[in-house]
Design a protein around this ligand. Structure first.
Ligand SMILES: Cc1cc2nc3c(=O)[nH]c(=O)nc-3n(C[C@H](O)[C@H](O)[C@H](O)COP(=O)(O)OP(=O)(O)OC[C@H]3O[C@@H](n4cnc5c(N)ncnc54)[C@H](O)[C@@H]3O)c2cc1C
Length: 333
C-alpha cells in the first residue's frame, strides 16, 4: 500500500481576522517545514459559511483545507471544537498540528493534545525540523530566562501553539490552488456546556501592534495610568501603536492586548520607543526584531538602555510630553 503523504495542519482561527493573522503566519511557517519533510500543508476550518476562509488559506499557502461546517460550530466553543478536532485528527493522523497562541488557541490546543495522548509545546517562538525529521519547538522556559528546544519523539501528532507575530505571512497568491475536503460533523458530540449569549467585535486600533512600523512602549517608569495615557497621544502623532510591559497591563494602565514580551506579543517595528522600561528578558524577548530603538529611563544602567540605539537618561513622562509638544508644533507649521 502506498504510504500516505504526511500532513502539517494549521488550525484556522479566523476571529478578528484583520487584527490577528496568526493562522496565515503559521501557514507560512508550515510551508517552510513542509519543504524540509515533503509534507503537505493543510488548514482546518470549523464554522458556518467559512468558504471565504478556505480561499484565503489556500492563497496563503495551504495545499488542502479540511472543512467541517455546521450551525453548531458558528461560534467558537471549546467543548465542540476540541471534540471535532480530536475526531478529525484520529481519522487523518496528521504529523504536526499548529495552533495560534491566542486566548482561544491556548484553551483549545492543550485539550486536543490531551485527548490525542500527545505532547504540546505552548507559546513557541520558533519551529524547525531536525535531521531526524522531527519538529523542533522553541519556547521560553524557566521564567523566560532560557529558550528550550523541545521535540516530541514518540507520540503523534507533534503539537505546538505559536505566538502571533513570530512568523511573517506569505503574500496573498491569487493563482494558488488547493483542495477542499468537506468532512461531516462527527456523531455523538458532547453537549456544549457554555451558552453564548452575545458577542461583540472589539473596536480595533488603526493597525495591529505586531505589524506597526512604529511602536511606543511604556513600562512602570511612566509612573501612573494618566501619565501612561500620554503615550497614546505620542503614538497617534507618530502614526504608531502603543505597547506595554506586563506590570503596566496588570495595573490596568494599558489594554491587555498591548502586552509585549514572551507571554504575549512579538513585535518588529522599524522604530521602537521605550519609556520607563527596565528591559527584563521576558519583555525584550518580544522586541528582539525591532529596528531602531530609542529608550528613555532615569537609570542609565537599565538593560533596556544597553540595548537601545539611542539612550536618553531622563524622566520618561517629561520626554514624552516634550516630544508631543514638538510634534504638534511641526504638524501645525
Ligand atoms: C514567567 C514570566 C513571564 C513574563 N512575561 C512578561 C512579558 O511577556 N512582558 C513583560 O513586559 N514582562 C513579563 N514579565 C515580567 C518581567 O520579568 C518584568 O518584571 C517586567 O517586564 C518589568 O516591567 P517594567 O520594565 O515596566 O517595570 P520595572 O522592572 O519596574 O522597571 C521600570 C523601569 O522604569 C525606570 N523608571 C522609573 N521611574 C522612571 C522615570 N520617572 N522616568 C524614566 N524611567 C523611570 C526604572 O529605572 C526601571 O528601569 C514576565 C515575568 C515572568 C516571571
Amino acid at each position: 500500500m502506498a504510504e500516505k503523504t504526511p500532513e502539517i495542519w494549521v488550525f484556522g482561527d479566523y476571529r478578528n481576522y484583520f487584527q490577528n493573522r496568526v493562522t496565515l503566519q503559521l501557514l507560512s511557517r508550515a510551508h517552510d517545514l513542509a519543504g524540509k519533510t515533503g509534507a503537505i500543508v493543510c488548514a482546518v476550518v470549523f464554522g458556518q459559511g467559512v468558504q471565504e476562509w478556505v480561499g484565503e488559506y489556500i492563497a496563503h499557502g495551504a495545499n488542502r483545507v479540511y472543512v467541517v461546517e455546521d450551525a453548531s460550530l458558528a461560534y467558537y466553543s471549546t467543548d465542540l471544537y476540541v471534540a471535532v478536532m480530536e475526531s478529525l485528527a484520529r481519522q487523518c493522523s496528521p504529523e504536526i498540528i499548529l495552533v495560534g497562541a491566542t486566548s482561544f488557541g491556548r484553551e483549545f490546543a492543550p485539550r486536543v493534545a490531551k485527548r490525542l495522548g500527545t505532547g504540546l509545546t505552548a507559546d513557541c517562538v520558533g519551529l524547525d525540523i531536525n535531521t531526524e525529521g522531527l519538529l523542533v519547538q522553541t519556547a521560553p522556559a524557566f521564567g523566560g530566562n532560557l529558550l528550550s528546544r523541545i521535540i516530541t519523539p514518540r507520540t503523534r501528532p507533534q503539537m505546538a501553539t505559536v505566538r502571533p507575530g513570530t512568523f511573517q505571512e506569505i503574500p496573498h497568491n491569487y493563482q494558488a490552488e488547493g483542495e477542499t475536503v468537506r468532512v461531516p460533523l462527527p456523531q455523538n458530540l458532547p453537549k456544549d456546556r457554555v451558552r453564548l449569549i452575545s458577542s461583540e467585535r472589539k473596536p480595533a486600533g488603526s493597525q495591529k501592534l505586531e505589524d506597526s512600523p512604529v511602536v511606543v512602549c511604556g513600562g512602570r517608569g511612566m509612573g501612573s495610568k494618566s501619565r501612561f495615557r500620554n503615550l497614546n497621544e505620542l503614538a497617534r502623532l507618530l502614526g504608531g501603536e502603543v505597547g506595554a510591559t506586563r506590570p503596566v497591563v496588570y495595573s490596568r494602565w494599558a489594554e491587555e492586548d498591548s502586552m509585549v514580551g514572551q507571554a504575549d506579543k512579538h513585535i518588529r517595528p522599524k522604530v521602537l520607543f521605550s519609556f520607563g522600561v527596565s528591559g527584563a528578558i521576558q519583555h525584550t524577548a518580544g522586541i528582539i526584531d525591532a529596528g531602531f530603538v530609542i529608550a528613555v529611563n532615569k537609570n542609565p544602567n537599565a538593560a533596556m538602555m544597553k540595548m537601545a540605539d539611542v539612550a536618553i537618561v531622563a524622566d520618561a513622562n517629561q520626554v514624552c510630553l516634550a516630544l508631543i509638544k514638538e510634534l504638534k508644533k511641526r504638524l501645525r507649521s
